[in-house]
Design a binder for this molecule. Structure first.
Ligand SMILES: NC(=O)c1ccc[n+]([C@@H]2O[C@H](COP(=O)([O-])OP(=O)(O)OC[C@H]3O[C@@H](n4cnc5c(N)ncnc54)[C@H](O)[C@@H]3O)[C@@H](O)[C@H]2O)c1
Length: 344
């Protein structure tokens, strides 16, 4: 049985909206874009035009449309909580870009609000939707007992990519708010419902175009002596993206998000044109992740089995980020901004 396309409003028509819009064009007929919203009306109109959608300056106007059943929130991080709560209050499902809120408490409130009215609240943890990660998850039970995980995701952004990046304070966090959700979502996937028992974090700022941390390391201790290390950076021109999982039967690796190996044997490889220049920014075609994410969101809205993170998963993730940010500021505040500690 085929379902009617889900009426969607896109809230925030900036950088990442291009990836969502192109996935929406490909995801026909899962969704029908009904409305776009942006205080920059030209941006909203440009996004709406190819879909014959309406464009608005405010989200309130889009939420009034009965055809809008779901919203995709791609606005700056500080707006996610309030906008996602308005969507839920208006009876709409929500796919919210990461992080779904600025604090764990806010994220938990969203998760509870959505659950209470049986709406989908999905987090834009985009990179779980790739074939390498999905295949890893399918193979996981056969790999033996997991002992430790190393994640290293180091990219290069030469200063703020959107004006609001420059305004984020060390307390709000930069890379720990914008990029850590991807690495931590991977860790949560493989750890299941377990949360870390202990969290250690260090952070630093190398660039002057923003105020908050642009490099961070985390060390997490999980039950049953499992350990996880995570290194994220905005300062590495030779892009490095590796996930290594150590089991009692061997080693699983995901290289550049796309290649899955088990004890050196390749289990998953991308199509030839996906990794054009894997060590350069922009040298990976990420579009398939956004398409897969939308398909999974559609399944969730239709009440089918899906791979989207639940609101509860997203809230656990942000609660962990709260701890990491707190630790990083306490341990290495001076390396981010001398105001927060001794410069080192
Ligand atoms: N999943 C991913 O891989 C990925 C990648 C990049 C960014 N993101 C996330 O996407 C979000 C947007 O990031 P971006 O880089 O596109 O930022 P951006 O600044 O380029 O885009 C945000 C847009 O939201 C608009 N906006 C501002 N206030 C608004 C409001 N009240 N209502 C509606 N729109 C409003 C801005 O005018 C802008 O056009 C962020 O939360 C970021 O973390 C996710």
């Amino acid at each position: 049985m085929t379902s009617e396309p889900i009426g969607l409003a896109l809230v925030g028509c900036g950088r990442i909206s291009a990836a969502h819009l192109s996935a929406l064009a490909d995801c026909n007929p899962l969704f029908r874009l009904i409305a776009t919203v942006d205080p920059d009306l030209q941006a909203a109109q440009a996004a709406a035009e190819p879909f014959g959608a309406k464009s608005f300056l405010t989200m309130t106007e889009a939420l009034r449309l009965p055809d809008v059943e779901a919203v995709l929130i791609a606005s700056p991080n500080a707006l996610h909580f309030e906008q996602a709560m308005s969507a839920i209050d208006a009876g709409k499902h929500a796919l919210v870009e990461k992080p779904i809120a600025e604090t764990g408490a806010q994220a938990l409130a969203l998760a509870k609000a959505a659950e209470a009215v049986e709406l989908v609240l999905a987090a834009g943890h985009t990179f779980r939707h790739g074939p390498a990660v999905q295949s890893l998850m399918e193979h996981l039970p056969t790999f033996g007992k997991l002992m430790s995980v190393e994640v290293s995701q180091c990219v290069f952004w030469d200063g703020p990519q959107a004006p609001w990046w420059a305004d984020r304070s060390p307390v709000e966090g930069l890379i720990l708010s914008l990029f850590a959700p991807h690495a931590l979502d991977f860790v949560q996937l493989v750890m299941g419902k377990e949360d870390p028992l202990r969290v250690h974090a260090e952070a630093a700022r190398h660039q002057s175009g923003w105020q908050a941390e642009d490099e961070a390391m985390m060390l997490l201790a999980y039950p049953d002596r499992k350990m996880v290390s995570i290194h994220i950076s905005y300062n590495q021109p030779h892009v490095h993206d590796r996930k290594t999982l150590f089991f009692d039967k061997g080693v699983a690796e995901i290289e550049d998000g796309e290649i899955l190996r088990w004890n050196g044997d390749v289990l998953v490889e991308p199509a030839a044109d996906i990794l054009s220049d894997r060590n350069k920014m922009g040298g990976r075609d990420l579009s398939h992740y956004f398409g897969a994410q939308l398909s999974e969101f559609a399944k969730a809205v239709h009440g089918e089995q899906h791979h989207c993170p639940t609101g509860e998963d997203a809230a656990r993730l942000i609660e962990l980020i709260d701890l990491v940010r707190e630790q990083a500021l306490r341990n290495s505040g001076g390396a981010i901004n001398p105001k927060f500690g001794e410069k080192n």
